[in-house]
Write a protein that binds this ligand. Sequence first.
Ligand code: ADP
Length: 251
Amino acid sequence: MSFLSVDLQDKTYPNGVCAIRDLRFEVAEGEFVAIVAPSGAGKSTLLNLLAGLDKGFHGSLSYPHDASLSFMFQEPRLLPWLTLEANIRLVLDAPHRHTDLSRFARMDLLLQQLGLQDFRHAYPNQLSGGMKRRAALVRAFVTQPSLLLMDEPFQSLDEPTAQGLRQLLLQLWAESRPTVLFVTHSLNEALLLADRILFLSPRPAHVILDYRVPLARPRPLETSALQPLQAELLQQHPELLSGIPTFYQPD
Ligand code: ADP
């Protein structure tokens, strides 16, 4: 049975822009699904609908009522006037969360695992870009989400830093196995991380290809190892490239 079921007939903004039409897919529990689409296709709109931030749509979205949700954005979104630890405690202290001691123990463990324990009292402007993303990863995982929505979380980082973060994400995912929807522009990133890739059309977004990644885990680290698969995929599905210049970002 699927964990997440998306059947969006229409999402049109008040200004008349139709961002999503007939977008349908299902995701199994614990599955890691990447969403690859051109910019402006409606990916952030989809994540906002899933997170319940926007109720103005026709169609249905369903996942278990007791699912706990985390959202990781393009920017790390740390509050600059709070220390790293205080930023993470914010999600643990939130009134709707059940706070218990084990959560704080989990925070300590994650800070250690992600190499941030010596920086817990540092402010965001004292952290590198990679460290801020690691802090955002701790914040995303510390509540043990069952559904994790990620909106291009490793964008605008140098490749080695992004690669290190992808490995950390895969480790954390393997430990607690949340269901993940990971939006990206990068086909290589999707191939490296995901069980399945949903390719979306330009706006209004709908699924043009639902692709199961035929790679065992752990995945090869070098992007060169992914190139034959990438070439084969694009050869079999040239429509993924045609007329969509921003679709494919060579890595
Ligand atoms: P993506 O995340 O794939 O880049 P978005 O979901 O942000 O795309 O946007 C999809 C389309 O909806 C774009 O054409 C964008 O301009 C439009 N859009 C996004 N948010 C709004 C809004 N609040 N009001 C009107 N149009 C919007």
